[in-house]
Write a protein that binds this ligand. Structure first.
Ligand code: AMP
Length: 550
């Protein structure tokens, strides 16, 4: 290695501790607001590393987290990968069977769990204990452990009494540091592993002016969950820049976010459009001071133009970004190019509504069905292929998925995009059929299978329809079985789906149709269905009343 030290996360924390020991980390938890500085943070991270060391970890073991955004979760971000184990952030909002599959596939040895998610995890274990065979202990985030059937210890007592210094090992760049599962469009979730070097290079790219740079005078509030691709990498880059961190904790409501922005002087925050739609409504009805807020980062789904205008009117720059679990995640950010700075507002808005310019360090291609590159004219579209130091080239323990989704070192994103003359990438559609509701995936295929398992259903197709608040919601198009009672069908299907899935997976509407159109190869023709039913207004009026969610 010609360079003096490997590309790992450790120097980011080292720098913050050296230069900004008094800068704060603020966190909203079930215990109220916790506030300490980088100095204390670094001490607790060292205590955690010592505790993990004592538990026998440090050689690539996967340790899961099942948590919201707060200071203890942040401690695992540097503590686990820093001591040589692997941080596996598990999405607690997934259906139990996905959680079971993910834990089994990752073979997690410890799971750190929030008190509020403890019943959910207990339920998943009780339903099927086998996938949790590898788990040696559950660590409950807090000072104490509520009554539980699980063999659990409180986080604070787990780290308590351990030294506040730790002899951090010099890890090789290839050492897996993180793991995050993305919902499969077909079948099972797929794990994406992040090495030390991937997280290092992603952090450095974020810190460029073309990324989402964070400085010591920034106050960063990641609303995007820490179980979604490391909260888009912000906990790492905020530390690298020496910024103040604000973590909004369990299930933050718009009022909580508004309060934290005001009381902590948040300068930059990030999340999916649903979060900001909620905040917009709140700001319209309440007197909220957004004067400290410079930037609001939106990604995960397209930022509606009206949202960009709204925040512009309130003096907050909305920054649109694109990324995937597979790209760690940030791949493009919609900054205005220098020569567009004098353009009229509408032209600027058109550019800013696109998903952005590729960040430095990555390369992309856009290819049509024959694999030919399409022109960058803002019209032609094709699939986005992307590669770079922090873009994965494989799926964890899934060779068959790896074969289908990578080509010549490029990740096949499944996103259909156009690129304009200025290089702005715009997502036209997803070649996948998954439904994205409030930043979470709903697999249309799984829902179809579930619906078709009901005796009154002969065929069912599920598509996403636009929704003002949640971006997309599932609409079920159902061919009833011959003797089905169509009056009660929607209500029965709702109960049926609820038996196996969380409430937010239940289709908002069930529309009865005579036949599901098919493609030449006999597959459900979702394109035709989308054309006919994809516009929400066309569905309204056809929806039986009892199909609407409570
Ligand atoms: P995930 O792996 O869950 O982060 O989802 C990645 C997918 O979200 C991408 O492949 C896109 O389809 C979608 N996505 C991410 N950012 C945006 C955005 N700004 N606009 C539209 N879709 C987006």
């Amino acid at each position: 290695m010609p360079g003096g030290s490997p590309q790992t996360l450790r120097p980011f924390l080292w720098r913050a501790e050296q230069l900004y020991p008094d800068t704060e980390v603020v966190s909203r938890t079930h215990e109220g607001i916790t506030r300490y500085d980088y100095g204390t943070y670094a001490d607790r991270v060292a205590q955690l590393a010592n505790a993990l060391d004592d538990a026998g970890y440090g050689d690539g073991e996967r340790l899961g987290t099942f948590c919201w955004n707060h200071h203890r979760h942040f401690e695992t971000y540097f503590g686990i990968p820093g001591m040589g184990a692997q941080l596996h952030t598990i999405n607690p909002l997934l259906p139990d069977k996905h959680v079971q599959y993910i834990v089994e596939n990752a073979e997690d040895e410890t799971i750190f769990v929030d008190q509020s998610f403890l019943p959910k995890l207990e339920g998943a274990v009780a339903d099927d204990p086998d996938p949790f065979d590898s788990v040696e202990r559950f660590v409950v985030m807090g000072e104490s452990v509520p009554e539980t059937d699980l063999d659990a210890v409180a986080y604070d007592s787990f780290i308590d009494g351990h030294s506040t210094t730790y002899d951090w090992p010099e890890l090789e760049e290839e050492r897996p540091a993180g793991l995050c599962y993305t919902s499969g469009t077909t079948g099972r979730p797929k794990g994406v592993e992040y090495t030390q070097q991937m997280l290092w290079s992603h952090t450095m790219a974020l810190q460029t002016p073309q990324g989402l740079p964070l400085a010591e005078d920034d106050v960063v509030m990641p609303v995007v969950p820490m179980f979604h691709v490391n909260a888009w990498g912000l906990p790492f880059s905020a530390t690298a820049g020496g910024a103040k961190h604000v973590y909004p904790g369990p299930q933050p409501e718009p009022a909580d976010l508004a309060h934290l922005i005001e009381s902590e002087g948040v300068t930059i925050t990030a999340g999916v459009p649903t979060v900001w739609l909620g905040l917009m409504d709140y700001v319209k009805e309440n007197d909220v001071d957004l004067s400290t807020l410079d930037r609001l980062v939106v990604g995960g789904s397209a930022a509606p133009e009206a949202m960009i205008r709204f925040f512009d009117d309130h003096g907050v720059e909305l920054v649109h970004a694109w990324g995937m679990t597979e790209t760690a995640p940030v791949g493009a950010v919609s900054h205005l190019k220098h020569d567009l700075e004098d353009a009229d507002y509408e032209t600027q808005l058109e550019k800013r509504s696109k998903q952005g310019l590729i960040v430095p360090g990555l390369e992309f291609e856009v290819v049509d069905d024959e694999g030919e590159a399409v022109p960058h004219d803002g019209e032609a579209y094709g699939e986005l292929l992307i590669r770079g130091p922090w873009v994965t080239t494989e799926y964890f323990a899934r060779p068959e998925a790896t074969e289908q989704e990578f080509e010549n070192g490029y990740l096949k994103t499944g996103d259909v995009v156009s690129v304009d003359e200025d290089g702005y990438i715009k997502i036209v559609d997803r070649s996948k059929d998954v439904i994205k509701s409030g930043g979470e995936w709903i697999s249309s295929q799984e829902l179809e299978n579930e619906l078709m398992a009901h005796e009154s259903v002969s065929e069912a197709a599920v598509i996403g329809v636009p929704h003002e608040r949640w971006q997309e919601r599932p609409l079920a198009l159902v061919v009833p079985a011959e003797d089905a009672d169509t009056d009660s069908l929607a209500g029965e299907l709702r109960e049926h789906v609820l038996d196996s899935y969380p409430k937010w997976w239940v289709p908002d509407s069930v529309v009865t149709i005579d036949e599901v159109p098919k493609t030449a190869t006999g597959k459900f023709d979702k394109q035709t269905l989308r054309e006919e039913y994809g516009d929400k207004s066309m569905v309204e009026g056809r929806v039986p009343e009892d199909a609407a969610p409570e």
